[in-house]
Design a protein around this ligand. Structure first.
Ligand code: CA
Length: 239
């Protein structure tokens, strides 16, 4: 394991199970991040103000103050990336509905590797936002716009120079995801965008459209998985 640089981004791990917290810290350090662990919900805000972490991994069930409250508290003074960790997949839909402003959701049990990958993806994104301010956010999404060209007037889309033959529903699905890269959409939220009356379709309809859309994206450029499914929650466009 190489030593972690003093200037490396700090990940604040909020987790009251000591073994799990230590495991996450090990993996994150191995990936080059500094870490700090907080086990009590009441201490998180003060710790975050003091340490100014690059990202907070926030467990939902905590002694003192639960993750929901902590998330709101952090959001009252900071827009730092927050990844909520829950023990139940069904919780995530409810959390999405509350619009807490978390950046991502992870369900236990998770693989530490997956957590590191998510942390890395979010920090890459937020760094490119921070470097450029609003202009840089635009630059980052321009970059996506260069790779994924969506022409609404013509209802055509290209991925890495390959034209995609999309159905109208697939087109709207791709447009919705691409308009908010990194944002997790539940199946319900996607259905709302796709159909004016979605009582006639089921959640699984979204899955089958996504499956077809992914197949077409994959045929255009197999080396990049653009649409990621978040187990039990929904989908997002990784960028
Ligand atoms: Ca817990």
């Amino acid at each position: 394991m190489s030593p972690v640089e003093a200037t490396a981004p700090l990940v604040l791990i909020v987790e009251d199970e000591p073994k799990l917290a230590a495991l996450l810290a090990d993996y994150l350090k191995a990936a080059g991040y500094r870490t700090d662990i907080c086990a009590d919900g009441r201490e998180v805000a003060a710790r975050a103000r003091l340490l100014n972490p690059a990202l907070v991994l926030l467990d939902l069930m905590l002694p003192g103050k639960d993750g929901l409250e902590v998330c709101r508290e952090l959001r009252s003074f900071s827009d730092l990336p927050i990844v909520m960790v829950t023990a139940r997949v069904e919780e995530i839909d409810r959390l999405l509905g509350l619009e807490l402003g978390a950046d991502d959701y992870i369900c236990k049990p998770f693989s530490p590797r997956e957590v590191v990958a998510r942390v890395r993806a979010i920090l890459r994104r937020s760094r490119s936002d921070a470097d450029s301010g609003a202009g840089e956010t635009r630059a980052a999404s321009n970059e996506l716009a260069q790779v994924l060209r969506i022409d609404e007037a013509r209802y055509t889309a290209e991925f890495r120079g390959q034209s995609l033959q999309l159905t109208p529903v697939e087109f709207r699905l791709l447009k919705t995801l691409a308009d908010a890269p990194g944002r997790v959409f539940s199946r319900d939220q996607l259905l709302d965008k796709l159909y004016t009356d979605h009582r006639i379709v089921t959640d699984r309809t979204v899955d089958s459209h996504i499956k077809n859309l992914r197949r077409k994206l994959d045929a255009a450029s197999p080396e990049q998985e653009l649409i990621r499914s978040i187990y039990g929650v929904g989908y997002k466009l990784d960028w």
